[in-house]
Design a protein around this ligand. Structure first.
Ligand code: G
Ligand code: MN
Length: 387
């Protein structure tokens, strides 16, 4: 050892902080306190300006007031999360309330401070936050170098945190599936989450798959549906989406997993993750049939499901993707395709559901083409309420 202290610019350079407050005086008080510790600052008195500064890059922490005219600090936090899962955001408020505190935690705010506060405490927190952010960034860079399991530039910890949050507040929407006369035949249960980093079902499924937590996601969905439906047994069918990998989960076949749900489910399967990867698909789905459930091919025509899924699944129900039904009243090619698919399905004794119907003209055309069941915004949007 030569006695020279190791310097690590990644953790000792002063860093750059964005200070946001609609009160310019408070902005400059906080900025000066940070500058006294050698930290560079940018200031903004509204959310739009703040976001423009964050998007330019180089900011390592944000300190923001919550209550501001127009878009507030929580809106800023939400927008920052869409851009960067890790960037530390410290929120300040003169009027603490439970709702904003909960939202702040859900969106991963690093700290929630109530005014008035000791600026030195705030500055300490900002410094700690910047160090954590640098560590997370360094970890990402190492992962990218060694080709970690999540691939280049991705952050498993951030993804795990978002996934946990999505899982804890996950909810289900229900959309009716109707007959040609408009009467309700069933409802499809659709996954929803308010987690801004995983804003749609595809993103949640993707995260679950990358983190190896699909079984847990599926179990949570089943529990939610069971809770939503309670013990009533109304005379309509429940359509539930399965991920092909759910077919590998032994609890699905023991009867336990689906036991909390009603009998006679329609289990929708998309060929998104190729069914070819799963051994004995036909035997597996047959075991679900012996428990009284029916199998549906989901999204036929979307590019995921092809004719080979008929061979794998021998479905009782086929759902035509909205790709095939969108504007069908104005497109002879779509009409021919749907006419031949319905003819083939009826020959096989399979029910045909047309999805994504948004207009009366689409509905009339699909009924004329002998689709058995219909689903789409034209009838009802997926809704949170218990069906
Ligand atoms: O992959 P799957 O078919 O299960 O997904 C159905 C999705 O399509 C749901 O997320 C639902 O919100 C959406 N959806 C349902 N009906 C319509 C519709 O009429 N138009 C559009 N654009 N989307 C719809
Ligand atoms: Mn579906």
């Amino acid at each position: 050892m030569d006695g020279t202290p190791m310097t690590d610019t990644a953790t000792t350079s002063p860093g750059t902080v964005l200070v946001v407050d609609d009160e310019p005086l408070l902005c400059s008080v906080i900025s000066r306190a940070l500058q006294r510790r050698g930290i560079h600052t940018h200031a903004a008195t509204d959310v739009a300006t703040a976001l423009a500064i964050v998007e330019r890059g180089g900011i390592e922490a944000v300190v923001s007031d919550i209550a501001m005219p127009g878009r507030d600090g929580l809106d800023l936090l939400r927008a920052v999360r869409a851009h960067d899962l890790d960037l530390p955001v410290l929120l300040m408020t003169g009027a603490p309330d439970l709702d904003s505190a909960i939202t702040a935690v859900e969106l991963g705010a690093l700290k929630y401070v109530t005014k008035p506060f000791e600026t030195s405490i705030l500055v300490d927190s900002v410094q700690r936050a910047m160090n954590l952010y640098r560590l997370a960034r360094a970890k990402r860079e190492v992962m990218a170098l060694v080709g970690g399991p999540l691939g280049e530039g991705s952050d498993r910890t951030g993804l795990e945190t978002s996934f946990e949050r999505a899982l804890s507040q996950l909810w289900m929407a229900y959309q009716p599936i109707v007959r040609a006369d408009g009467s309700v035949y069933g409802h499809e249960a659709l996954l929803r989450s308010d987690e801004p980093a995983l804003p749609n079902p595809g993103a949640i499924l993707d995260a679950a798959s990358r983190l190896g937590r699909l079984p847990q996601l599926s179990e949570t969905i089943r529990q939610r549906v069971a809770t939503d439906l309670g013990s009533d047994r109304p005379p309509w069918s429940l359509f539930l989406n399965l991920h092909p990998h759910d077919l590998l989960d032994p609890s699905l076949f023991s009867g336990q997993a689906l036991a909390g749900l009603r009998e006679g489910l329609v289990l929708e399967i998309t060929e998104r993750a190729a069914l070819d990867d799963i051994a004995d698909v036909a035997t597996r789905v047959d075991r679900l049939r012996t428990r009284g459930h029916r199998i549906a091919i989901d999204d036929l025509g979307a590019g995921y499901s092809g004719l080979s899924s008929f061979l794998h699944l021998r479905p009782e129900v086929v759902k035509l993707d909205m790709n095939l039904t969108r504007g069908i009243d104005r497109d002879p090619m779509r009409r021919k395709l749907v006419a031949s698919i319905t003819a083939m399905c009826h020959e096989l004794g399979t029910l045909v559901v047309a999805e994504g119907i948004e207009t009366a003209a689409e509905r009339d055309t699909l009924v004329a083409l002998e689709c058995d069941l219909l689903q789409g915004y034209f009838f009802a949007r997926p809704a949170r309420v218990r069906p």
